[in-house]
Design a protein around this ligand. Structure first.
Ligand SMILES: Cc1cc2nc3c(=O)[nH]c(=O)nc-3n(C[C@H](O)[C@H](O)[C@H](O)COP(=O)(O)O)c2cc1C
Length: 327
């Protein structure tokens, strides 16, 4: 799409820096951008799929939705209003989002404030203390999900026990599944400079099983890393949407990032137990635990933030834009 209005290069840089800081499954960063005037298109990057663990591309679309939410926040902080559509053209499935930016004297203040949290949000796989998340914060996070058209359900103790039981179920299914294990080994562990999850971000192993945190380790050295005790009754939530089309999955990603940035602002950390949702039957079971109709997209564990979270790297911005020959 061509437009006569041009975004200043410094703004494009700030917008894309914010977008690519979004969470993505295994830190695959599965997106590409095209900037035309005041219009930014996000395309899914077909070279960064996870055919064994994400065969339908659901996680890819959730990740891309999160990147678009960051972009909207950065746009608001730079004085732009944004209009966007997810999966705008069904016959162009890789064009996941089109976002139009216009200078405005009334940018969205909430989004602009959340932009300040983007550099501080990281997945934190360490144990949390035993203080439950306060009622006020729970409501704030539910409202954040709702603002993006999703639902965040806090699980009670019996439901948390069911989820932890299902972790055992998924681990049993993975035994002998070399495709899933090989794929994860490609993305997780070791030192990472631009993509994937470095060993340093795996967090400690849990002394008990099943654990409140997903052990992503695939390498022998990572299986032998430090062990510690995790909370036995973690604060777990399920993020769901009413429908499950590509646009709904992208909206779930936007809701995820709005929830995570709000949590960061409130001094909370988050990690995920999404291995359950990689199996369709378990995904339905997890949604049933919320006692609502809909489709579960993320299982998020919240805790109180402690200093010292490790970070994951990102590729340089130029990697996500067309080369001169392509443009
Ligand atoms: C759709 C999706 C699924 C994810 N699943 C898990 C998971 O099951 N366990 C986990 O520890 N992290 C999970 N993550 C977190 C990613 O590993 C993390 O976002 C990525 O490594 C980048 O790190 P960062 O969040 O610290 O920026 C998931 C993220 C997304 C977007």
């Amino acid at each position: 799409m061509k437009s006569d209005l041009q975004l200043p290069a410094a703004h494009v840089d700030a917008l894309l820096t914010a977008a690519i800081a979004a969470p993505s499954m295994h830190n695959t960063q599965p997106w590409r951008f095209e900037v035309n005037g005041h219009v930014i298109d996000l395309f899914l990057d077909g070279s960064r799929t996870l055919p064994a663990e994400d065969p339908t591309g659901r996680a890819m679309r959730i990740s891309a939705g999160a990147a678009i939410f960051n972009l909207r926040c950065a746009a608001a902080s730079l004085g732009y209003g944004t209009w966007y559509g997810f999966a705008p053209y069904p016959d162009e499935p890789n064009l996941l989002a089109r976002i139009v930016l216009e200078p405005t004297s009334t940018p969205d203040e909430t989004l602009g404030n959340l932009a300040t949290q983007i550099p501080h949000r990281h997945t934190d796989r360490r144990p949390s203390d035993t203080t439950p998340v306060s009622e006020r914060m729970r409501v704030a996070l539910m409202q954040a999900a709702y603002a993006e058209g999703a639902e965040l359900t806090w699980l009670g103790e019996p439901e948390v026990d069911t989820v932890l039981g299902l972790v055992l179920d998924t681990d049993l299914r993975e035994i002998g599944d070399w495709q899933r294990r090989t794929e994860r080994a490609h993305w997780v562990g070791g030192e990472r400079r631009t993509e994937g999850i470095p060993s340093s971000a795996l967090g400690p192993r849990s002394t008990t099983y099943p654990a409140a945190v997903r052990d992503m380790a695939t390498r022998p050295a990572d299986h032998l890393r430090e062990q510690t005790t995790f909370e036995t009754h973690p604060d777990l939530t399920v993020l769901s949407t009413g429908y499950d089309k590509p646009a709904d999955q992208a909206a779930a990603g936007a809701a995820l990032e709005r929830v995570l940035l709000t949590a960061t602002r409130e001094g909370l950390s988050a990690s995920f137990l999404n291995q359950l949702l990689e199996f369709d039957d378990l995904r339905r079971t997890v949604q049933d635990l919320t006692l609502r109709p809909g489709h579960a997209h993320m299982i998020i564990r919240f805790g109180h933030h402690r200093p010292g979270t490790t970070t994951t790297p990102r590729r340089p911005i130029a990697d996500f834009l067309p080369t001169e020959e392509q443009s």
